[in-house]
Design a protein. Structure first.
Ligand SMILES: [Zn+2]
Length: 168
């Protein structure tokens, strides 16, 4: 459970071997390098795009060789993927978020915003019961395509009265 993000993961995890080149999903300006207040260590990167969105790349292998204020092009290599545990053997993946720019206080489900075959590349696929279920509304937020936008610091969205799996 991700308390800061109203109980949700608010991003997408993409399986990738350590050292896989990460490219900017759109043209923009680097605004933060290794701001660990955003989580997703050991290294991360925030890029603001002119359309009001920001992209955030987490669990990077090393500090990106970019400075705040630098502009990047869509598809430009900006980082190398890593592993949140720093081992490259435990759970190497890229954590990708789409937030609002410039506040970065809201995170949006990346899936409807991007033209990508997420079912093939995301770590969480269509297996049943991947997401906590509200037994009062069992179809809600059960797929990658149906995940709520979150505001950091907002109240929990999934404090369900009757949840599956049950809390212990
Ligand atoms: Zn993640």
């Amino acid at each position: 459970m991700y308390v800061s993000g109203q109980g949700f993961h608010f991003g997408i995890d993409l399986a990738a071997r350590c050292g896989t080149p990460v490219v900017a999903i759109g043209a923009g300006t680097v605004v933060e390098v290794d701001n660990l207040a955003h989580g997703a260590g050991p290294h991360n990167l925030m890029i603001d795009h002119p359309n009001g969105y920001a992209s955030f790349y987490g669990h990077l292998l090393e500090r990106p060789g970019l400075q705040p204020g630098q502009t990047v092009q869509a598809g430009q290599e900006v980082a190398l993927s890593g592993d949140p545990d720093g081992t490259c053997t435990s759970r190497p993946h890229l954590h990708l978020e789409i937030r609002d720019a410039p506040s970065h206080r809201h995170a949006f489900n990346p899936i409807p915003l991007t033209d990508v075959d997420w079912n093939r590349i995301a770590l969480a696929r269509g297996a049943p019961l991947q997401f906590e279920q509200d037994l009062a509304a069992p179809q809600t937020w059960q797929t990658l395509y149906d995940q709520p936008d979150v505001t950091f610091g907002g109240e929990l969205l999934n404090a369900y009265k009757s949840a599956w799996p049950p809390e212990n």
